[in-house]
Design a binder for this molecule. Structure first.
Ligand code: NAI
Ligand code: 15L
Length: 272
């Protein structure tokens, strides 16, 4: 049997202890000789082909060391829900600035960045959103993802560092509510989307929506067609769990009116 050499010598996965990080920790091994894992949380022992480097993304010197010897980055670390501004600022804003500065200093050419549907959370559910429409974040978390998209655009325009921003919908083993019948991204489709983002020869600065082939769509992915991503799964497989709209909040509830669902009413969370 012929053994194919993995494309990368060393791939960095941040957020490796998180929900999506655990999926990618398992699935991205064939792409790289060494998978370097980062998180602030416990990651367990290094398995074959893994390196563990725990640190806080807000720690600039540690992040510079974290990127040493890395070919490409899957950036899934940070605060993943609405929260007070201070922790979001540390992990998602300062953390991202540290990451890109280190990427630049270490000469790394591409980052796959876990953005979120919450950069567009304040679009009504009646509108079809594409990658070029103005951002309408639905809280501090969504705002921090807007910062990430803009920061990565700057590093592409200024230094030619390529980024694919994945505006992930709801990536869980199954949809958890009626809204997620629209926003659902299966784990297998996530892995395929990340693979396309990593291996497409030229991506420049691409914004791609991360949703499965669900029956209802709020997003139009045609501006990321060059990635060649085709979702294989659909939330319809779980349709029996949400048989009718009775489980939705009333029509005048913002959680139904806007694409961001409950996030649109979660903030502001500034401490008084
Ligand atoms: P998660 O919360 O399970 O994982 C995030 C990981 O980042 C955690 O293990 C956490 O310890 C780590 N982290 C937080 N602050 C850190 C810091 N300062 N330094 C180092 N590590 C830190 O989130 P999940 O669901 O795995 O999401 C991964 C990424 O994808 C996040 O960036 C999230 O915003 C994004 N995303 C996820 C979606 C989903 O449906 N799961 C939807 C849209 C975006
Ligand atoms: C996100 O950005 C969050 O990280 C995830 O936990 C979900 O809440 C998801 O959006 C969603 O909109 O369902």
């Amino acid at each position: 049997m012929t053994q194919t050499t993995p494309a990368f010598k060393r791939l960095l996965l941040t957020g490796a202890a998180g929900g999506l990080g655990r999926v990618l920790r398992e699935k991205s091994k064939p792409w790289t000789q060494i998978l370097r894992l980062n998180d602030i949380a416990e990651l367990g022992p290094a398995q074959d082909g893994e390196e563990i480097m725990r640190c806080d993304l807000a720690d600039r010197a540690a992040v510079l060391a974290l990127l040493d010897g890395v070919d490409s980055v899957l950036h899934f670390g940070g605060i993943s829900v609405e929260a007070e501004f201070e922790p979001i600022m540390q992990a998602n804003i300062l953390g991202l600035a540290n990451l890109y500065e280190a990427v630049h200093q270490q000469g790394i050419k591409r980052v796959i960045y876990a953005s979120s549907n919450h950069v567009n959370g304040f679009y009504p559910t009646t509108e079809l959103v594409d990658a070029d429409m103005p951002l309408r974040p639905d809280g501090f978390y969504g705002l921090s993802k807007c910062f990430g998209e803009a920061l990565s655009r700057y590093y592409y325009d200024r230094f030619g560092i390529e980024t694919v921003c994945l505006r992930i919908g709801s990536c869980f083993p199954a949809p958890l509510n009626a809204r997620m019948m629209v926003t659902f991204l299966s784990y297998d489709d996530l892995v395929e989307l990340v693979r396309c983002a990593l291996f497409t020869p030229r991506v420049g600065h691409t914004i791609a929506f991360g949703v499965s082939d669900n029956a209802v769509r709020w997003v139009d992915n045609h501006k990321a067609a060059h990635l060649g991503f085709h979702a294989k799964d659909s939330a319809q497989a779980f349709a029996e769990r949400f048989p009718d709209t009775a489980q939705w909040p009333p029509a005048n509830d913002p959680a139904t009116t806007y694409q961001g669902g409950p996030f649109v009413v979660a903030g502001p969370l500034y401490k008084k």
